[in-house]
Design a binder for this molecule. Structure first.
Ligand code: UD1
Length: 416
């Protein structure tokens, strides 16, 4: 089993280019199903979740070609509308294929994604929205059988929570539906706008993405297109925290600072110097990190839940006590017990984590419990005295394109 071994204590310095966003590339690869022509997706990170998406596409009958950071998908010969259970299990976000498959074939069969690493993750909002668009859904023996027998028809949909995945599924199902769809209380994450930009470049008519009302005028057909994935704001925050906790000086290239306003503000509060120029962020952290005012995860443009574990890990070595409130997922603190093995002082109760900064972390053996929790362990390991061994790194490989190589470039003593 692969593991990551870190000898902590090196200050990080240098520069790296941030990878394309995992949460953009997955729905965009799903969206290629709707396009009757070659789609070239550039700036595609090398992730196990991307491998799974490609397997799903190939299973449906698409031809996929991967060359460096470009994936070319030809879905002209789609012949199937079912995602095998083992692929659904590997990646919960494969539920986003649902809207695209129905949009293209009028049918879909997937296994229920069920609960997972962050607690229960229901898809009721996805399903009720699809029903409004004319999909009949039968749930039987752990499978969802979806059928839009009379075709997909535009509808007005109000989400009770601005779910990212549900907003994406509606956009995908509605892009080629008959008539207009309006999504009220839509998710505003940059990855939603990236999906809309991709589809619009293929001929879709989607307006208002990035705001809480999205208008989708169904079109008859979508063509092939080319698109470059936006930079990953969560990965950027990970390398920033790694720089901060080690007293480093790191320049991140190819980022979109306007997507990171809430994140940058927390780094500034912690005493780091942040310089933003165009698509570059430089972070300098020389003195001891400071405690920060309460951080609350919220839907975009609030502080992203996915950066929570990363910031909590950084705050483990700050001066004073900070509080983090997790408002999006019910069970997101499983990695905290692993951080404690390195000497972190964190108490959790319900959705609240209280982080008491310590002067020193010490290397230990620990295990990733989930993707961002795994990244939190890497950050702590970089600052800990002695050796940290991190197991179950398959979680990290779902979302980080060669984290070990990037951190090595920045002077970390790290190996896989
Ligand atoms: C996406 C991101 C994930 C991020 C999350 C919140 C991808 C692949 N994943 O996940 O990294 O942490 O957004 O920014 O893009 N909910 C329901 N019913 C539903 C759907 C969601 O109750 O039908 C609840 C969820 O349980 C959760 C909350 O809504 O408590 C947010 O979920 P959602 O925004 O849908 O997240 P995902 O799309 O799963």
């Amino acid at each position: 089993m692969a593991e990551i071994v870190i000898r902590g204590g090196n200050r990080l310095n240098g520069e790296i280019t941030v990878q394309g966003a995992k949460n953009s590339v997955l729905p965009i690869l799903a969206a290629t199903i709707l396009c009757k022509g070659d789609c070239a997706v550039h700036n595609c990170p090398n992730l196990s979740d991307v491998d799974v998406s490609i397997k799903i596409l190939e299973g449906l009958g698409c031809n996929c070609l991967r060359e460096d950071n470009t994936v070319i998908v030809d879905s002209r010969d789609i012949s199937c509308y079912k995602i095998p259970e083992h692929l659904m299990r590997e990646m919960r976000s494969s539920v986003v294929f649902l809207g695209a498959i129905i949009g293209r074939t009028g049918k879909a069969v997937i296994s229920s994604p069920g609960g997972c690493e962050l607690g229960p993750r229901p898809i009721d909002l996805h399903l009720s929205a699809l029903e409004k668009l004319g999909v009949q859904i039968i749930e039987e023996h752990g499978y969802l059988y979806c059928d839009a027998r009379d075709g997909l028809k535009g509808a007005e949909i109000t989400l009770s929570f601005p779910s990212v995945g549900a907003t994406e599924n509606i956009i995908l199902a509605a892009a080629c539906a008959e008539g207009m769809t309006i999504i009220h209380n839509a998710a505003k994450e940059p990855e939603i706008s990236d999906l809309a930009d991709f589809l619009n470049s293929a001929g879709a008519r989607i307006y208002g993405s990035g705001s809480d009302t999205i208008y989708i005028y169904g079109v008859k057909t979508l063509s092939g297109t080319e698109h470059s994935i936006i930079p990953d704001r969560i990965v950027a925050s990970t390398y920033m925290a790694a720089a901060a906790i080690t007293g480093g000086n790191v320049c991140l290239n190819g980022v979109m600072p306007s997507h990171m306003v809430a994140i940058l503000s927390v780094f500034r509060d912690s005493g780091c110097e942040i310089d933003v120029k165009g698509k570059t962020i430089r972070i300098k952290s020389s003195n001891k990190l400071l405690r920060v005012p309460t951080v609350r995860s919220l839907a975009y443009p609030g502080f992203p839940t996915d950066s929570g574990p990363i910031i909590i890990s950084m705050l483990c070595m700050s001066r004073g006590t900070s509080v983090f409130v997790e408002n999006i997922f019910e069970n997101r603190f499983r990695y905290v017990d692993e951080l404690k093995r390195l000497g972190a002082k964190i108490k959790t109760e319900g959705k609240i984590a209280v982080v008491e900064g310590v002067d020193r972390l010490s290397g230990a053996n620990c295990k990733c419990t989930d993707l961002r929790g795994g990244a939190a362990l890497v950050i702590a390991g970089l600052a800990a005295h002695g050796e940290t061994v991190i197991e179950e790194i398959r979680h990290i490989n779902r979302g980080y394109d060669n984290i070990v190589k990037s951190l090595k470039t920045l002077n970390a003593d790290i190996k896989e």
